[in-house]
Design a protein. Structure first.
Length: 316
């Protein structure tokens, strides 16, 4: 059986995935990088070290998992975004691992990017959109972008049409979470804290400012921290953070779709898995929203494996 392997070594997760020739998932291995309590991320050098260690552990723990399979092509995220000058050292680990594997196996290697990896995994998991053009909303630890997206064969043509003017939605979540003493990355922990509002605690309003298709999250971050310092309910603040993000996103998605005449919206990136953001957008927006399963919103290499499959088929 022919299979296709993808690598993605982001700022947060070491990921390797394998799909078969029908696009069915064979392996989805991930390991989140370790961040010391109270810190808001890793230096690139530390991330590189952990990726190298994690890939070594994978090769030992998964020895023999490809027995009976023929790897036909490999792909890796080589940089964050498909634009000139986009670069982070952490991605060189996955790229070089994939290049070595491809050379040893005598198979093609294909370059992709972290953002395109998210896009492909999102389309695969959400079952669309398959329209000629659609809006992609990329929400992650380091990115909040609205992308006018066209899938052209095996490639994506993306143009930024909106997003944040300062910090990303993920940074907003992480900075408030770290201020609360939560582990980093803070998204799942802050969401769990917000679930306490189910006992009758109301969300605390945190205003979010938008202008056409752009949003600012630095002001809401400051507001949330002031509420925390004043002793306000932590669960109410947590839910307030997610609803602040959701309201801001709702306004800028509407502005971008109206301007570009788009009806289909694909949500990708780890922050888009948050249930409060999803529920708000589904209720408040009139567009066709496509949400991947939560597991395929967070960093993974499934998209890279699928890109290897598509590019190899296109090359034949």
């Amino acid at each position: 059986m022919d299979v296709y392997i993808g690598f993605d070594t982001s700022c947060y997760t070491t990921s390797v995935a394998v799909v078969d020739s029908a696009g069915r998932l064979v392996l989805d291995h991930r390991r989140v990088l370790e961040v010391k309590q109270g810190e808001r991320g890793l230096r690139q050098s530390e991330g590189v070290f952990q990726h190298i260690r994690n890939l070594g552990d994978l090769s030992r723990s998964q020895a023999g998992f490809l027995d009976g399979m023929k790897v036909a092509a490999a792909a890796a995220s080589v940089k964050p975004r498909p634009v000139e000058g986009s670069y982070m050292p952490v991605f060189t680990v996955g790229e070089n691992a994939a290049r070595v594997a491809a050379t040893v196996a005598g198979i093609p290697f294909f370059e992709t990017t972290h953002q395109e990896n998210h896009l492909m995994a999102g389309l695969w998991s959400a079952g669309g959109p398959w329209s000629e053009r659609f809006l992609t909303v990329h929400l992650s630890g380091g990115t909040t972008e609205l992308l006018d997206t066209v899938k052209e064969g095996t490639d994506f043509d993306t143009r930024i049409v909106g997003g944040t003017t300062d910090i990303s939605a993920g940074q907003f979540v992480d900075r408030v979470g770290v201020a609360m003493g939560l582990p980093f990355p803070c998204g799942p922990h802050l969401e769990k804290l917000a679930e306490g509002t189910g006992d009758g605690v109301l969300p605390i309003e945190i205003k979010c400012y938008t202008k056409r298709a752009t949003v600012s999250f630095s002001g809401p971050e400051t507001g949330a921290k002031r509420l925390l310092e004043s002793g306000k309910d932590r669960a109410g603040i947590a839910l307030g953070v997610f609803l602040s993000i959701a309201r801001g996103l709702g306004r800028i998605i509407d502005a971008a779709c109206e301007k570009k005449g788009l009806q289909d919206v694909l949500m990708v990136g780890g922050v888009s898995s948050n249930k409060y953001i999803r529920e708000y957008l589904e209720k408040s927006l009139k567009y066709n929203l496509y949400f991947p399963k939560a597991r395929y919103c967070s960093d993974n290499a499934v998209g890279a494996a699928l890109i290897a499959l598509e590019k190899q088929k296109n090359a034949m």
